[in-house]
Design a protein around this ligand. Structure first.
Ligand code: NAD
Length: 358
C-alpha cells in the first residue's frame, strides 16, 4: 500500500489535481495496487479556513505520507495578505519541512507539440534535458532578510544568498547521479564572476565531480545559460543550479516546450518527496475547465518512478499522454488547427482510458 498526501491548493491547482487523482485511481485499478490518498487544504484555501497557508496537521500528513502531490497555490484574493502569511509561504514551508532539496524539472518537447514552441521546430526537435534546482537554500531562505528604515531616510531591502559546502555537495551529487542515467553531461550554472557564493558553488561542484569521472562537466554563468537555452537548448543534458537561478531558468525552459501546462516536477529529499506541476494557480483561467492537466498527470508518472520505484507504471502514464496527443486531443493552451479541443476534465478522462495493463 502506498500512502499519498494530496494538497490541491487553489485555482487550477484543484482542477488539475482532480485529474492526477483520477490517474492514480486508474493505475490502482489496472495494476491491482492500493494507493491510499488523504486530502488537505493548503495555500489560499487554508488561509480562508484556518487563517494560515499551511497548518501543523497538514505538515504532519505530508511528513507521514510516502509521497505528496500538490496542485498550485495563490490567487488575487490573497495578494493583499501580509507576506509571511501569503499562500506561497505554504510551498516554502512544505519544501523546507520535508527537506526536499532537489527539484527535478524534465524539459521535454513532445513531437506532436514541437510546432507550439516559440522557437523554430528544428531548434527544439527531440529536446530532452533535466534541470536540477536546489530548492531549500539560497536567497529564498538566507538571513539576514527584511526591509529596514535607514537613519538617512528611506528604506533598505535585504536578502542573503548563502550556500554551505554540504548543501552544494548533496545537490551536485544528485545531478551527477541523474546524468549517469542519461547522456552523462552536467552543466553547472552560477555567477562566479561576481558572487562569492557562486565561487564556492563552482569549487564544490568540481570536487564532487571527482567521484563521477565518467560524467562530463562544464560551468556556465547564468546570463550565458539563459542565452544558450534559446540559441541551442539541445546542448544540455543535466543543468544543476541554485534556487533562484533554477526558478528563473526553469520557467524560461518551460516555454521551449510550448506551454507551462506540460511541465511536471519532482522535489526529492533523503526521506520525503513532493510532486507538483511547475505552473501556478492560473487565476485567469481557473474555474473554466480549460486548464491543461498534463503537467499534473506527468508529475504522477514521476511519483511512480521516484517514490515507488514503479518505473513501468511511469512509462505507462507517459505513453498514455503521448497517445492522447498523437490522437489529436488538445487543451486550449496547446491547441492547433485541425485538432480536437477538450477541457481539463475530459483530457484527464482520455489519458486515464489509455492506461492499460502491459
Ligand atoms: P501561472 O503559472 O499560474 O500562470 C501563468 C500563465 O500560464 C497564465 O496565463 C496561465 O493561464 C497559464 N497557465 C498556467 N498553467 C496552465 C495550465 N495548466 N494550462 C493552461 N494554461 C496555464 O503563473 P502566475 O500567473 O504568475 O501566478 C498565478 C498565481 O499562482 C500567483 O498567485 C502565484 O504566486 C501562484 N504560483 C504558484 C505556484 C505554485 O503553487 N507552485 C507557482 C507559480 C505561481
Amino acid at each position: 500500500m502506498y500512502k499519498i498526501a494530496v494538497l490541491p491548493g487553489d485555482g487550477i491547482g484543484r482542477e488539475v489535481t482532480e485529474q492526477a487523482v483520477k490517474m492514480i485511481r486508474r493505475l490502482g485499478e489496472v495494476f491491482h495496487l492500493v494507493f491510499e490518498m488523504d486530502e488537505a487544504l493548503v495555500g489560499g484555501a487554508s488561509i480562508d479556513r484556518f487563517g494560515a497557508p499551511i497548518v501543523p496537521e497538514t505538515l504532519t500528513l505530508a511528513q507521514n505520507a510516502d509521497a505528496v502531490f500538490l496542485g498550485a497555490v495563490g490567487g488575487p484574493k490573497w495578494d493583499s495578505v501580509e507576506i509571511s502569511k501569503r499562500p506561497e509561504k505554504a510551498l516554502l514551508g512544505l519544501r523546507q519541512s520535508l527537506d526536499v532539496f532537489a527539484n527535478l524539472r524534465p524539459i521535454r518537447v513532445f513531437p506532436e507539440l514541437a510546432s507550439q514552441s516559440p522557437l523554430k521546430a528544428e531548434v527544439v526537435k527531440d529536446l530532452d534535458f533535466l534541470i536540477v534546482r536546489e530548492l531549500v537554500g539560497g536567497i529564498y531562505f538566507g538571513t539576514p532578510r527584511g526591509v529596514k528604515s535607514l537613519p538617512s531616510g528611506g528604506e533598505a531591502g535585504v536578502n542573503t544568498e548563502i550556500y554551505t559546502t554540504p548543501e552544494i555537495e548533496r545537490i551536485a551529487k544528485k545531478a551527477f547521479e541523474f546524468a549517469r542515467r542519461r547522456r552523462r553531461k552536467v552543466t553547472s550554472v552560477d555567477k562566479a564572476n561576481v558572487l562569492e557564493s557562486s565561487q564556492l558553488w563552482r569549487k564544490v561542484v568540481n570536487q564532487v565531480r571527482q567521484s563521477f569521472p565518467d560524467v562530463a562537466l562544464d560551468h556556465r554563468y547564468v546570463d550565458d545559460c539563459a542565452m544558450q537555452l534559446i540559441r541551442n537548448p539541445r546542448q544540455f543534458d543535466v543543468i544543476v543550479t541554485t534556487n533562484l537561478f533554477g526558478d528563473i531558468l526553469s520557467d524560461e525552459s518551460a516555454m521551449l516546450t510550448g506551454s507551462i501546462g506540460m511541465l511536471p516536477s519532482a522535489s526529492l529529499g533523503h526521506s520525503h518527496a513532493l510532486y507538483e506541476p511547475v505552473h501556478g494557480s492560473a487565476p485567469d483561467i481557473a474555474g473554466k475547465d480549460i486548464a491543461n492537466p498534463l503537467a499534473a498527470i506527468l508529475s504522477v508518472a514521476m511519483m511512480m518512478q521516484y517514490s515507488f520505484n514503479l518505473i513501468e507504471l511511469a512509462r505507462v502514464v507517459e505513453q498514455a499522454v503521448e497517445k492522447t496527443l498523437a490522437e489529436g486531443y488538445r487543451t486550449l493552451d496547446i491547441d492547433q488547427e485541425g485538432m480536437q479541443r477538450v477541457g481539463c476534465s475530459k483530457m484527464g478522462d482520455l489519458v486515464a482510458q489509455r492506461i492499460k495493463n502491459l
